[in-house]
Design a protein. Sequence first.
Length: 397
Amino acid sequence: MISKKMEALVKNNSVIRVMFEEGQLMAKEFGAQNVYDFSLGNPNIPAPEKVREVIKRLLEEEDPVVLHGYMNNAGFPEVRKKIADSLNKRFDTSFDENNIMMCSGAAEGLNCALKAVLNPGDEVVTFAPYFVEYKNYVANYDGILKAVQPDRKDFMPDIESFSSLINSKTKAVIINNPNNPAGVIYDEDTIKKIAAVMEEKEKEYGQEIYLIADEPYRELVYTDKKVPYVSKYYKNSIICYSFSKTLSLPGERIGYLLIPDECAGHEELFSAVTIANRVIGCVNAPSLFQKVVAECIDEKADIAFYAKNREALLNGLRECGFDCIEPEGAFYLFMKTPVEDEKEFVAEAKKEHILLVPGSSFCCSGYVRIAYCVDYGTIINSMPGFKKLAERYGISK
């Protein structure tokens, strides 16, 4: 028999993955061109050409024993140094290789950070709507996730509610900026307010509370808003980054975790996350792609593609009569459903071969997430179906 923990996970498998797999079955039945799958945040544009060029050159020129071999659990020092230098140039920081651990994407980085700081029963606070797996990641280490509900006018954090949730059991706070699924950006003023609350609570309870920033969408921004670098505002910060979205490499599982020198107990904490990297079973980040991203650190995916999709989807849905949060970053649109039970709306959308993810998966009912990292034609061709849904619910303009 499987464990009790896994029984619960099997019964409550990720809705996103379930919808994605159902979309594949529907594509076989109805034809891919007749199914509009907005479920999974899977980039629909290729990696920059330089990525391919670097892979070829490394395979041809590098010593294969080194290229595909083990290294320090934290990753190749020269790769970590290049990433640190890039961050210092961009954000006026002072990191070096001893601040950076390479990991298998931001998800593994989050797990390493949580494993390093949580004891059973410790609490982690995050802001709804939040990425569905946060709850599972925290539960992996017998922690408890608590969510701050947003102001639904702009989906910014409710700072007063945030303050009230922090107590003597709170060990960490997770922010996702830009936010998945709402697409909003927590600006400098918001980060300062979060940091001020955390500093006050650290003093009140006499313990460190770590601010874990999950930043796979940092480069995907469509407005003049800046994504603040949190270590400049709060010393006990841990930053998780992934190249999955910025270089269109989700399947390669490559990213890094950064712990600034200012973070309390930096050396011990860095050792802990590095050992966590090993004992979780990842051992080290993929060796080839460590070297690839080090040489492609200044490359970016074509954000104009996502910007075009964003405008088409947002305008199209609003013309149908739907109420949408305008995305500032990432590649998701959070749409209010015309019925309280958004799962009912998801089921109705499926009748039009439109696959959406219910907002309750992100701890925010009454909304659906629409991933627009899809082919442009998918958005355009889905609009008649959305129009039918709007008419069905009596909101059509």
